[in-house]
Design a binder for this molecule. Sequence first.
Ligand SMILES: Nc1ncnc2c1ncn2[C@@H]1O[C@H](COP(=O)(O)OP(=O)(O)OP(=O)(O)O)[C@@H](O)[C@H]1O
Ligand SMILES: [Mg+2]
Length: 212
Amino acid sequence: MALVIGIISQKGGVGKSTLSRLLAVEYARNEYNVKIADMDLSQGTVSEWNRVRMSRDFTPLISVEQFNSVSEAMKQGKNYDLIVFDGAPHATRMTLDIAQRSDFIIMPTGVTLDDLRPTIRLAHELVSKGISAQKIGIILSRVGASQNEINGAKRYITEGGYFVLGVIPEKTSIGQSHDIGKAANETAFKTINDNVDELIQAIVNRISEING
Ligand SMILES: Nc1ncnc2c1ncn2[C@@H]1O[C@H](COP(=O)(O)OP(=O)(O)OP(=O)(O)O)[C@@H](O)[C@H]1O
Ligand SMILES: [Mg+2]
């Protein structure tokens, strides 16, 4: 049965599809047969991205498919080593379904209190519905250069009872990379790719730590 990673958030535009693509590429580089379940039927961001990726023959190959329910997507579980759920822009009824079915849940968030409060509230809500807090990892996404702000955000999350997986800086080249069918660790800049690879390694390590 596939490893299942769910990427969800309370707010839109915080980096869910960025992380889905990133994790898919990373695991596929390591010989995993990967399916991204695109649950964002309104935008189909990752489906569009993969069409561009395939038309340009970029490797590793990723499979992306749109589903309107978690149980439909899970029927593919036996055919893949990893299923990544790319959640819809805002938390919905499906968010809990994704969380319940996931071996690990990743929540990207901005660093301001406006962003952190709803993130922690969603995490608490999942925990109140029986999800283990251990299974949740939070990523500070699209962050600016202020180390103070980043440290403050990390403290807020840790005090809330959750694990911070790391940060992704806001970089023009990451957005440009998506536009041409590449992931955030496939940009034109080695330093950015190396930074992002460090974050991925932290995610992969945490997932194996939690799931044994
Ligand atoms: N670190 C980054 N640096 C620059 N641009 C980024 C970064 N992360 C994401 N983006 C860009 O920001 C936009 C939103 O990111 P993304 O699609 O990953 O968010 P999302 O949470 O999936 O959004 P939605 O809620 O609409 O599904 C996209 O245009 C993406 O290319
Ligand atoms: Mg998205």
